[in-house]
Design a protein around this ligand. Structure first.
Ligand code: OGA
Ligand code: MN
Length: 205
C-alpha cells in the first residue's frame, strides 16, 4: 500500500513545494532495477547529458557531468516498469488531492561518475514550462555523508541537503526550487524524471 507515502508527498508539495519519501522503492525493487539490462548490459548506451533542449542543447562539463538514458515506457524492463507504474499512480493521487491536471511523465536513468556534479539550476526550460514536478529516485546502497553527492535544494531561508540513498524519492516544484548535485566520491545512480501538464513527446527516444 503506497497511499500513506503518496499522501505524505502530496502534503509536502502543497505545504513546502517539496517532499522526501523513503522506501518509495523497496530494496528488492532497487536491486532489480540496478541489475536490469537497462543499467548493467547497456551502460554504453548512456549519453553525456546536455543543457537546454533540442536545438539549444549544449554539453558543458563545467555545469553538469552526468550520463543519461531515457526510459521508453513501452519497452522498459519489468523492474523499471514497476517504478514507472508507481509514478503514474502518484500522478493520479496528486491530481485528485491537489486538484491538478498533470498528464504524463518522462524519466531518464542517470549515472554521475565519481567527481561529477550538476551546478545550481532550475529544471524548467525558458521556452517550455510543461515540467511541473521534478521527481528523482535514488539507487545507491550504503550511501554515507562522507560520499558527498547530496542533492542541495535552495529554499527561501535555508538550504537542504539530501543523501541519494536507495529507494528514496525526492519530488519538488520544477518552477520554484533551485538545486544542485554536489560531487561524490563514488558513482551515483538515479532515475530522474518530470511530471508534465501535457502528454510527453517522444523527442528523447
Ligand atoms: C537534474 C537534477 C538532481 C539529483 O537531473 O536536473 O537536478 O539529485 N538531479 O540527481
Ligand atoms: Mn535538476
Amino acid at each position: 500500500m503506497m497511499d500513506e507515502t503518496f499522501e505524505r508527498i502530496a502534503d509536502g508539495l502543497a505545504e513546502h513545494g517539496y517532499a522526501i519519501a523513503d522506501l518509495f522503492l523497496s530494496q528488492a525493487e532497487v536491486d532489480a532495477i540496478r541489475n536490469s539490462a537497462d543499467f548493467l548490459q547497456e551502460a554504453d548506451q548512456f549519453k553525456k547529458a546536455g543543457i537546454g533542449k533540442q536545438n539549444d542543447l549544449q554539453i558543458n562539463e563545467a555545469i553538469r557531468g552526468d550520463y543519461i538514458r531515457w526510459l521508453d515506457k513501452n519497452n522498459a524492463s519489468v523492474p523499471a516498469k514497476v517504478y514507472l507504474d508507481r509514478l503514474q499512480e502518484l500522478i493520479g493521487y496528486i491530481n485528485r488531492t491537489l486538484f491538478l491536471s498533470l498528464k504524463d511523465y518522462e524519466v531518464h536513468m542517470t549515472i554521475y561518475p565519481a567527481g561529477t556534479f550538476y551546478k545550481r539550476h532550475l529544471d524548467q526550460f525558458k521556452k517550455d514550462d510543461h515540467r511541473k514536478l521534478s521527481v528523482i529516485c535514488y539507487l545507491n546502497d550504503h550511501w554515507q555523508d562522507e560520499h558527498g553527492g547530496q542533492l542541495r535544494m535552495y529554499l527561501d531561508n535555508e538550504t537542504k541537503d539530501i543523501l541519494p540513498v536507495s529507494g528514496r524519492l525526492v519530488c519538488f516544484r520544477s518552477d520554484q526550487i533551485e538545486h544542485e548535485v554536489l560531487p561524490a566520491t563514488r558513482e551515483r545512480l538515479s532515475l530522474t524524471g518530470w511530471i508534465l501538464d501535457q502528454v510527453a513527446d517522444l523527442r528523447h527516444l
